[in-house]
Design a protein around this ligand. Sequence first.
Ligand code: SAM
Ligand code: ZN
Length: 404
Amino acid sequence: MTRKPAYPTRLIREGNTEVLVPQLEAFQKESSEYAPSKAPVFYNPVMELNRDIAVIALQAYQTILHREISVCEPLTGCGIRGIRYAKEVKGVKNVVIGDINENAIQLAKYNVQKNRLLHKIQVAHENAGTLLTSYSAPHMRFDVVDIDPFGSPAPYLDSAVCALRDGGLMALTATDMAQLCGVHPRACFRKYGGKPLRAEYCHELAVRLLAGCLAVIAARHDIGITVLFSHSIAHYVRLYAVCRYGAKKADESLKNLGFVQHCFRCFHRETTKKPLLKHLGKCSECSSKLDFAGPLWLGKILDRRFCALMDAEAQKKQFRLSVKIDRILTLAKAEADAPALYYVIDKLCGALNLPVPPVKKVAEALKLQGYNVYFTSFNSRGIRTDAPAMKVKEVLRALENAKR
Ligand SMILES: C[S@@+](CC[C@H](N)C(=O)[O-])C[C@H]1O[C@@H](n2cnc3c(N)ncnc32)[C@H](O)[C@@H]1O
Ligand SMILES: [Zn+2]
């Protein structure tokens, strides 16, 4: 019997799961401190939405497989994510959760017991890489591996790929947005092997850098990846990708790597699969020198059918944050096949010294000119369109002139 911890705790509910978590206020000495990191065990209430969407994604994936599945979550904290998978996802046969922190293991064990899931969940006091590697033999591997660290998942990718069965689902969270969004480009290159860019669509670039990194690491093991779903909220990005065994699959997946070229003068952006070894091209709209991001994943970051399946599964479940989840899934479904690299209207208006119009108005005006326009779950002020930057700016000026 694992005892309740002696430090201050509180009972919380996410989905239909109740767990004990550290009482964050008791450990936060100053308001500027990041409370989840100060507590004896990590728990971040803000990640409830991340976990809700994860429950939905795993349910959608299990529906496709149509059999019982196994899951590993090697950086579990208080255990909430793994416990929710065992409790809320139908068809989950067993879950292995682990953490390097002794306090986390004690609390996770207590929570597993409290939820009467001892028969389904195994709790391991282990370094994530060691735990994953111990499951890398072919008959041991998991259907789902979920890497949800504080910071970058990159150090765990190699062992995570090896612990995943052929056709398994890899779920990754990255919270190191300063690296992925170009504040620390050298650190980003170190972790992800690609150069970031401080462009307004940096959250999409973050997903693409993470997916690119996964594709390269998986390819070393003759494994190819297909991205099924991704999203970006506040301080993190999240990626779901299926990993399939085979040298050809790995080769095919590597064909999705390339670069993004961006003009900081006129907002033009384009993608290229050609190596940028010697020099960058000039902007095709204003002839300025282009900057670049990559190598990164230029393939799809949303699969329309998987988004639709997630949406259908979400309708069957009830969450406190259902409205937000619906919004993300509806947008994701609609933008799955839309052009990469969204424009952020506020950013363009700032550069043009124009007041910001409603995004819907901009979309209508572009559609009237024959362009395709999609809203994006990545940024509520963003649009994906096949219109060049020059046209988007023209429309913004025209909307302002029409007011006069
Ligand atoms: C962001 S927290 C996990 C949050 C959890 N996944 C959730 O949804 O609530 C990251 C956890 O990883 C653990 N950790 C850090 N380095 C680790 C390592 N090398 N191996 C295993 N666990 C580790 C920390 O103790 C912490 O509990
Ligand atoms: Zn330009």
